[in-house]
Design a binder for this molecule. Structure first.
Ligand SMILES: [Zn+2]
Length: 384
């Protein structure tokens, strides 16, 4: 509670921490002393006001210099390995491309980069490694149960990576990871902790939910599989789904479907982000591709909005964040389809993060840190 209060309100005086956490001043003094020792907090004398007010008024903030976590995001064309500080800020991100790797190959590739980063950031204690991947991820087992595009089944990630790096390692679905990031340090923290839906639209499409701060995992962490949600597509130009049907959400809006549609226009690029750059540079045909995709995403967003009725619905999709026309199309589609009346534009928001894939893995580790800091740091000392 103390660490989270500092995350939300820091720099903050110890006396305010007692009030914010509803604990005694003595408890706060003891807890903050431990967190200072562990390198998680620091004193901020420059914010203490004029001299003569005395030490009790020296405010505390998260120490963003002494500790760090590592993040691994397993995407379809690449793995991203990043370094985050305690506030979830990305200090470094390395992207390593591959082509249909096995789980063991990804572990080896990420492990090598982690070894390099641990050396380069030797002035910080690395508290752990968070791994985020798409598809069905069993967080408790640390296993990717099913990754539809990489064709992985029951792929263990936590045990082999922890063994290779010697660091505490945690694995989670990337949508749930980014949902946690929104709750910890996003743009709408208070509402996101009340209720939030996160819709991830990349090569894999999945949803994550949290009510009253509790992320719903479901049996074997399988909740949020919206890949086969039906959307209204033109049967003539629809991509067939791997399930055999036409008009499944993931087949219609995945990054690969978008890139194939661009190829039919004679534009061949490696990623949706690059395609979005070209659209922003003024290629109206590409803007139209993003607008069509945003409308289809809007079908799913409207269903999720009605189903959960959250305070915030984050749509993580490359066009919506950067192209006003795509965002407008999404909102228009949701307003037409959803039963929720009121401020749809205030509920539906793009991701809070400029580089969400660099944040996702680290957020898994930071979530553990803020849930149980002493256990996280304890795990570190046992491991080393
Ligand atoms: Zn399907």
């Amino acid at each position: 509670m103390v660490l989270r209060a500092v995350l939300d309100h820091g720099p903050v005086a110890r006396s305010n921490l007692a009030r914010l956490t509803g604990t005694s001043a003595a408890t706060v003094t003891g807890v903050t002393a431990t967190l200072l020792d562990l390198g998680l907090l620091r004193e901020v004398p420059e914010a203490a006001g004029p001299p003569g007010f005395g030490r009790p008024h020296v405010p505390l903030d998260l120490d963003t210099e002494r500790v760090a976590v590592l993040g691994v995001h397993v995407a379809v064309p690449q793995v991203a390995v990043s370094v985050l500080d305690a506030r979830g800020r990305v200090l470094d991100c390395r992207r390593l491309p591959y082509d249909h790797p096995t789980p063991a190959e990804v572990v080896a590739l990420a492990g090598e980069e982690i070894a390099r980063l641990v050396e380069e950031y030797a002035d910080r204690s690395i508290l752990g490694v968070g791994v985020a991947a798409g598809g069905w991820v069993d967080a408790r087992a640390g296993v990717v149960v099913d990754h539809p595009v990489l064709s992985w089944r029951d792929a263990p990630l936590r045990e082999p990576l922890a063994e290779l790096t010697g660091l505490p390692t945690y694995v989670e679905n990337h949508g749930r990871a980014l949902l946690r990031a929104e709750q910890l340090f996003g743009a709408h923290v208070a509402r996101a902790r009340e209720s939030i839906v996160h819709l991830f639209v990349g090569n894999v499409v999945d949803a994550a939910f949290s009510i009253r701060g509790r992320v719903h995992q479901g049996a074997r962490s399988a909740s949020g599989t919206v890949a086969h949600l039906p959307v209204d597509v033109d049967p003539g130009e629809a991509e067939p789904c791997r399930c055999g049907r036409v008009g499944c959400l993931q087949a219609a809006v995945s990054e690969r479907a978008l890139l194939r549609a661009a190829e039919r226009l004679g534009v061949s690029v490696p990623s949706a982000a690059v395609l979005c750059d070209l659209a922003l540079a003024g290629d109206e045909r590409l803007v139209e591709l993003f607008v069509r995709r945003a409308r289809l995403v809007g079908h799913a967003a409207a269903s999720l909005l009605d189903l959960v009725n959250p305070e915030v619905l984050v749509v993580m999709e490359s066009g919506i964040r950067r192209l006003p026309a795509a965002r407008a199309a999404l909102l228009e589609e949701v307003a037409q389809r959803s039963e929720i009346v009121g401020d749809v534009a205030g509920i539906i928001t793009p991701t809070s993060f400029a580089d969400p894939l660099a944040v996702a893995g680290g957020a898994v580790a930071l979530d553990r840190l803020f849930a149980a800091p002493l256990a996280s740091v304890g795990a570190l000392s046992t491991a080393s």
